[in-house]
Design a protein around this ligand. Structure first.
Ligand SMILES: *Cc1c(COP(=O)(O)O)cnc(C)c1O
Length: 400
């Protein structure tokens, strides 16, 4: 560790790996000394199309020369096209644009509660929402109120009431938690931050059936799992489940600006009438231009196909590492994997640091778990090179 010569003015709510990045293109980044790094994190899936994808950057440039912000006090010419295209992409009725992922989740909670009172007839202020342990839905005071991550939650009370936490992947526990006050079940179809946890194949279909039986909304947080990552436009598609509300973020902004949205049923989102909800920046022209470029890429089906093909390759190679004992376990689907390393190989953080010296960028999710989420545009040869570095970092930890 080097001692900084000057006192930093940056708040310490992150512990980044020791690298200072200056520019990027595709799957590669460069630091201030000109050293190139392969990005196998891709901004936690905010960079599904890599750094500065030409179509996305062209759309952003063109929009910068037209208009960038109008506020929702007025419409602009890309707002309806954006909503149309996104509704069409995921076969839903209405789109409510926001900015960050956390805002999309907050919006869905508000819509679900209001729908619960106005449509389902839940007694005032009694609405409950069932969520899963190990969840990650963002950092606001309400969202951390039902986090089970000690660091994310502790010290930030008093907590927002109205949430019931059940074990993830356990359909019986989900059934037991639903009662007449329940307005929504909020789940990640695959839990990203928890370490890319894939639930049993019948979990989401059972959740769907339970929600149908009890008149409860199924809200899928696809902020990390959605938009191609799993080889499908939505992770819910993989198990044939149609949520009532889908939350999108991260990759929707094309790695350029924060863009999020709640997408779903007309009769649910219609409860949010003028004055009941909003955002100064939500649906701004630059966000819509970038979002339209992202949707255009996904409409071709190519990113999804690449995630499937390269994902099969990625998981075959990681399975070899489990078989030879280099890693303990691997999970995931498509171009998305979480794997656990034996404590004898160090922590996830230490492995990330060893990979950094080998010019590969990854990040531990916590403890012994490392997540891989390369850009969906990555070349297979680059992916293989990155995985070769992983093998080397596991087998020769002190080299370099
Ligand atoms: C990242 C993430 C969020 C929060 O998104 P922000 O843009 O950081 O607010 C919410 N849900 C899931 C599943 C995420 O991965």
């Amino acid at each position: 560790m080097t001692t900084p010569l000057t006192v930093s003015h940056l708040a310490g709510n992150y512990h980044p790996l020791p690298v200072v990045l200056t520019d990027g293109k595709g799957s590669w980044l460069r630091d201030s000394a000109g050293v190139r790094y392969l990005d196998l994190l891709a901004g936690y899936s905010a960079l599904n199309f890599g750094h500065r994808h030409p179509a996305i950057i062209a759309a952003a440039h063109a929009q910068l020369d037209r208009v960038t912000l109008t506020s929702r006090a007025f419409d602009h010419d890309l707002l309806e096209p954006f909503a149309d295209a996104l509704a069409h992409l995921i076969d839903a009725d209405l789109v409510l644009p926001m900015n960050t992922g956390a805002e999309a989740v907050e919006t869905a909670i508000k819509a679900s509660r209001k729908w619960g009172y106005e449509v389902k007839g839940v007694a005032p202020d009694r609405a409950t929402i069932v969520v899963a342990d190990g969840n990650f839905h963002g950092r606001t005071t309400t969202l951390i109120s039902f986090s089970t991550d000690h660091d994310a939650r502790t010290g930030f009370g008093p907590y927002t009431p109205g949430f019931r936490v059940v074990p993830y992947g356990d359909a019986e526990a989900l059934a037991a938690a639903i009662d007449e006050t329940t307005v929504a079940v909020l789940l990640e179809p695959i839990q990203g931050e928890a370490g890319v946890i894939v639930p049993p194949a019948d979990y989401l279909p059972t959740a769907r059936a339970l929600c149908d039986r009890h008149g409860v909304l199924l809200v899928a947080d696809e902020i990390q799992s959605g938009l191609g990552r799993t080889g499908s436009t939505l992770a819910c598609d993989l198990v044939g489940v149609r949520p009532d509300l889908v939350l999108l973020g991260k990759a929707l902004g094309g790695g350029v600006v924060p863009v999020s949205a709640v997408v779903g049923r007309r009769d649910v989102l219609e409860v949010l009438t003028p004055g009941t909800h909003g955002s100064t920046f939500g649906g701004n022209p630059l966000a819509c231009a970038v979002g339209l470029a992202v949707i255009g890429l996904l409409e071709t089906g190519e990113p999804q196909a690449r995630a499937r093909e390269l994902g099969n390759h990625l998981h075959a190679r990681l399975a070899d590492l489990v078989a030879d004992g280099s890693i303990v376990a691997v999970r995931g689907v498509g171009l998305w994997a979480g794997f656990d390393i034996d404590p004898g190989h160090g922590t996830g953080r230490e492995l990330s640091e060893r990979l950094l010296t080998r010019r590969v960028l990854v990040k531990d999710t916590h403890g012994q778990t490392v997540r891989l989420a390369p850009p969906l545009t990555i070349e297979q040869a680059d992916l293989d090179w990155g995985l070769d570095q992983l093998v080397d970092a596991l087998h020769r930890p002190t080299a370099h």
